[in-house]
Write a protein that binds this ligand. Structure first.
Ligand code: CU
Length: 481
């Protein structure tokens, strides 16, 4: 059906405005259109709201429905494609990490999981809650107890009173991540060859920091690619999805317009009837506009759920080229290593004025620390804090120190790594523009040399005896998107 016949949407945008995707609606379900469009708009305005689980009591109907859905899925044999184990296997076999398919893949995964929850509970309005670790940094109460609680997972390495570190999930960390206007730096890099990869070719900030570290910190099932076995997985990824919505819609940032991203069809999911589903990436961009909405999750700005024609047009037309182009690379010239718990400093020579561009007011110019060939111990027992111009930084240096520049965690899976014969390493991008600008303003930045200090900080309760941070290549690059 041509899009023009779908009034009143024809008034909101012409076919041309629809990115690459008039086809986008095919998989979104013709349900919206089949009932006549007055009904469609109402249905869209009233689309289910994914709520902050901290606002729900353990006996709230939403929590009860989620627990019932998990119990029902766990009761199914693994051979059933909508069973708990089969769902986790989808992730284990196909999840792309460390690349820009990370966000759309997990969004589609959640959408179909949510539909399975509706099917197995008969609750057709069920909307998956999310875990806002910024405002509630402990795993929420409904996920504790014992094995009689379907939401409990006995393999976790943390307790109900442990709190996620503000380095990963604190308001300042999340505001900084949301404040990055580059899709690559926010949402991870384009993979080599343009196709999704299982293993990290370029972790951006949302994935590299809160995503990886929540996985690593919780550990147990959450510490590897079977992580969806822990019911908290779905709440965690839902929060990441909410932040992506915030970055796109409220903050007005564009996803990449690279056709290898928007034109990719993800073949990995099953619907609530257990039938295989292929989801175009372009559809995942539209899901939160048409099929669900969020309660506000960002520390800085409430979500605006109101679906206006102007907002839609602006968003759908955007698609600015946001591929990050690297300029000069300034190499450290040596591999670096630090045992967990320790720090290592790396001076990076630049030459006069080398970093000047990135210190100006143009937000499109960035200063990006690129770490290549990063060894990923599995399960990883530590994360990394990056400081600029503070060679005595250590695991006790607070992140409100003005020299603090960013953080990342290494998350992978031993089996995935074993399958990567030859290259067991990842690539991480840490945008240090903010810290450089702050120090420059204060007059404490050397104009032709950057001293970076990487601190390998152990997760709480872990004794990472034999683990070390090891990086083959450290470079500081000027970049523009
Ligand atoms: Cu994950």
């Amino acid at each position: 059906m041509p899009i023009e016949t779908r009034k009143p949407f024809a008034d909101l945008f012409s076919r041309r405005d629809f990115l690459a995707g008039a086809s986008a609606f095919t998989a979104l379900g013709m349900a919206f259109w089949s009932g006549g469009c007055e009904a469609c708009l109402t249905q869209i305005q009233n689309r289910p709201t994914r709520r902050n689980i901290a606002a729900l009591s353990p006996t709230d109907p939403i929590v009860t429905a989620y627990r019932a859905a998990v119990a029902a899925m766990k009761a199914l044999p693994a051979s059933n494609p909508i069973s708990w184990v089969a769902q986790a296997n989808i992730h284990n076999n196909s999840c792309p990490h460390g690349c820009w398919f990370f966000l759309p893949w997990h969004r589609a995964y959640l959408v179909y999981f949510e539909r399975i929850c509706r099917k197995v509970t008969g609750d057709s309005n069920f909307a998956l809650p999310y875990w806002n670790w910024t405002s509630s940094p402990s795993i929420p109460a409904p996920f504790w107890g014992d094995s009689s609680n379907a939401l409990f997972d006995g393999t976790r390495g943390v307790t109900a009173s442990d709190t996620a570190d503000p380095t990963w999930v604190g308001p300042a960390a999340i505001e900084s991540i949301l404040g990055n206007p580059s899709f690559t730096l926010f949402a991870s890099d384009k993979p080599p060859g343009g196709l999704p990869t299982h293993m990290g070719s370029g972790f951006g900030s949302l994935e590299g920091n809160p995503h990886n570290n929540i996985h690593g910190w919780i550990g147990g099932d959450m510490g590897n690619f079977m992580s969806p076995l822990d019911p908290i997985f779905w709440m965690h990824h839902n929060m990441l999805d909410c932040l992506w919505v915030d970055w796109n819609i409220n903050l007005g940032n564009s996803n990449t317009s690279d056709a290898s991203w928007s034109g990719y069809n993800i073949p990995d999911f099953v619907d609530e009837n257990g039938n295989p589903v292929t989801v175009p990436v372009i559809d995942t961009v539209l899901f939160p506009l048409f099929t669900y909405q969020f309660e506000p999750c960002s520390p800085n700005e409430p979500i605006t759920n109101k679906l206006t024609g102007a907002r839609l047009q602006q968003f759908l037309k955007a698609g600015a080229p946001s591929t990050l182009t690297f300029g000069e690379q300034h190499e450290a010239g040596r591999a670096v290593s630090a045992p967990a718990g320790q720090a290592v400093s790396v001076p990076i020579p630049g030459g006069s004025g080398a970093f000047q561009n990135a210190l100006g007011a143009d937000k499109r110019n960035r200063l990006v620390l690129t770490l290549e060939g990063v060894d990923i111990p599995t399960p990883s027992e530590f994360f990394v804090r990056v400081f600029l111009g503070k060679t005595d930084a250590n695991a006790g240096t607070p992140i409100d120190d003005p020299h603090y520049a960013g953080s990342f965690g290494v998350f992978s899976d031993p089996k995935a790594m074993a399958a990567m014969a030859g290259d067991h390493r990842g690539r991480y991008l840490v945008d240090i523009t903010e810290a450089a600008q702050r120090l420059n303003k204060a007059g404490s930045l050397s104009p032709d040399r950057m001293d970076l200090t990487l601190v390998a900080v152990p997760y709480a309760h872990r004794q990472p005896k034999d683990q070390a941070l090891t990086i083959q290549r450290v470079a500081l690059a000027t970049a523009r998107f």
